[in-house]
Design a protein around this ligand. Sequence first.
Ligand code: MRU
Ligand code: ZN
Length: 210
Amino acid sequence: MSLVVQKWNELAEVKAELAARDWFFATSGNLSIKVTNDPLTFLVTASGKDKRKQTDEDFLLVDGDGNPAEDTHLKPSAETLLHVEIYRRTKAGCVLHVHTVDNNLISDVYAQNGEAVFSGQEIIKAFGIWEENAAVRIPIIDNDADIPTLAAKFAKHVDGDTGAVLIHNHGITVWGRDAFEVKKHLEAWEFLFRWQVKRLLLQRAGLPVG
Ligand SMILES: CSC[C@@H](O)[C@@H](O)C(=O)COP(=O)(O)O
Ligand SMILES: [Zn+2]
C-alpha cells in the first residue's frame, strides 16, 4: 500500500469517528494528515463537502503552501492555510478542526480573557499531564473572514508539536504528532467544554457545583 493510501485510510477513519459524534454540522470542519516532510505534503479535506459522507473525493494532496500537489478539480479546504502554519512550524502529523455548539459557547464566554482555563478534571490526563490539580489553557483568537489574516493570528499560538486554539464563535483547531493523539486531545477538549457549559448553567440555577 502506498504511503498516500495509508495516510488517506488513517484520516478517513478519524473523519468517520468524528462524523459519528456529529461534529460536522452544515459542511463545517476540516482535517489533514501529513504525508511527507521533505518536501512537505499533506492530505486535506476538499472544501465545502459534507464531511459525514465517505467518498473517494474526500481528500486531496497539497504542498507546503497549501496548493494542490496533483492534478485535480477539487479545492482544498478554505482553511488550509491554518494547517500549513502548523506543519511548517511543528512536527505535528495531523490537524483536526470542528465547529461544535459547546466549543463556540466556550469561545464566546471567555473571549474577553483571550483564553479558557480548566482544572480539577481527571480527563486532563489525556493531555499527558499527571499532576494533581493540573490546569490546561486554550487560547481564544478573533475570527476573521480573511484566511491569511486569521492564519497570521493563529500562527502566534502554534509553538509545539501538540496544541489547540479556539477561534471565537467559529470552532477549535487541534494538532498532534499523529491521528491517535490529536483525536484524543480533541475529545478531551470537547469533554471539558461540555462539562464547563453545563457547570455554568447549574451554577446559575443555584445548584452546588464546585
Ligand atoms: C459552513 S462552515 C464554514 C467554513 O468557512 C469553515 O469554517 C469550515 O470549517 C469548513 O470549510 P471547508 O472549506 O469545507 O474546509
Ligand atoms: Zn471552520
